[in-house]
Design a protein. Structure first.
Length: 92
């Protein structure tokens, strides 16, 4: 693994709502939804990233603020239509 100092451009455009599971890090045995509020530009291993956000429950409510260290390739984007449902807003 090699350290990197800058955050690649494609990582800065992460969607605001992500599904995080074991593919992102072994600490996530159960899937969580994370509403991303910050992508840290910290030096880390290639392919890994620090994210800050709120864990979202099934009703779309923020339950806890979390900072997580995950593999980018293991993150799954929530589609915009699902995003609205997960946040409790109506879909039009």
């Amino acid at each position: 693994m090699t350290a990197r100092t800058g955050l690649p451009h494609e990582y800065r455009a992460l969607p605001s709502l992500l599904r995080v599971g074991r593919a992102a890090s072994v600490q996530f045995a159960a899937l969580i939804l994370l509403r991303v509020i910050r992508v840290y530009d910290w030096m880390t291993y290639d392919g890994w990233i620090w994210l800050d956000g709120y864990e979202i429950n099934s009703a779309g409510e923020a339950m806890a603020r979390r900072s997580i260290f995950v593999q980018v390739r293991g993150l799954r984007q929530i589609a915009p239509q699902s995003n609205a449902r997960a946040s409790g807003r109506s879909v039009r």
